[in-house]
Design a protein around this ligand. Structure first.
Ligand SMILES: [Cu+2]
Length: 266
């Protein structure tokens, strides 16, 4: 009786998961960047682990029922079965290769930005995101964590001439549509992770390092960046709006933001 109940529960779990997946209520948000490739790797991963989940649980449900306890039954002694083990190792190895290979290829492109990409700095701290854009010179000035102060939250090095025209945003990330953007990601305190789900783009922000990734925003509109690394009590509200606009609107917004020279310089 218990064996039958266990089997039924396993089958119900599998059916429930399949119905939930087919209903689409927890499906991905529509892609809003160039990363079709990452979407493809995610779907392939879902297909491989989904198939393994269904097959393993159905086999388990069958075995629980087939070999349930019976008064007169006796177990066989089966020391090992090299042939079966080889087959299982082969299937597992193939599954792992299918899971890893497309992701590794996509990742190598994800961290290799094109030369004409617009560089924007992302600074994470408990619990907010701030952004630094290059000024008219097109170059971000040097920054150093040792220079961080209440007046100079990015730790911008004021002796670097390229730094003075840099533009700061403490609230929103604005992006021009259709232009490659590379984000240089820093953290002031603990490990955060800068994740824009609609762009399928995510990377850890690690204190003492500058990490990076690039993308092309392909859809205009309002999206959301979130922190994807549990980073303390305010982690859940470490979010920031991401606005993808026409190039002219982006330039207009940028022109209204404060520069380093105006706000940080003593
Ligand atoms: Cu965080």
């Amino acid at each position: 009786m218990q064996a039958a109940l266990t089997s039924v529960v396993l089958v119900v779990i599998v059916l429930g998961a399949l119905i939930l997946a087919a209903s689409g209520i927890w499906w991905f948000t529509p892609l809003a960047s160039n990363w079709n490739e990452i979407d493809g790797a995610l779907l392939l991963t879902l297909a491989v682990i989904g198939l393994a989940f269904v097959v393993l649980n159905i086999v388990l449900a069958y075995l629980v029922l087939r070999y349930r306890y019976r008064e007169q039954s006796r177990a066989h002694f089966l020391p090992d079965n090299p042939k079966l083990e080889k087959i299982l190792i082969g299937i597992t190895a193939l599954g792992i290769v299918i899971l890893l290979a497309p992701g590794l290829l996509a990742y190598s492109r994800f961290i290799s930005p094109p030369r004409d990409a617009l560089t924007i700095e992302v600074l994470g701290e408990q619990w907010r995101w701030s952004y630094r854009y290059p000024g008219p010179d097109g170059k971000l000035g040097r920054a150093n964590p040792k220079l961080i102060s209440p007046k100079n939250p990015f730790g911008v090095d004021l002796t670097d001439p390229a730094a003075l025209d840099d533009i700061l945003s403490y609230t929103e990330l604005h992006l021009p549509v259709g232009r490659p953007v590379v984000l240089h990601i820093r953290s002031k305190d603990v490990i955060h992770s800068f994740f824009i789900p609609s762009f399928r783009a995510k990377m850890d922000a690690v204190p003492g390092m500058v990490t990076h990734y690039w993308f092309i925003p392909t859809v205009m509109g309002r999206f959301q960046a979130v922190c994807a690394e549990l980073c303390g009590i305010g982690h859940h509200r470490m979010q920031s709006p991401v606005l993808v606009e026409r190039v002219e609107d982006f330039q207009q917004w940028l022109a209204k933001q404060p520069t380093v020279a105006a706000t940080v310089k003593p």
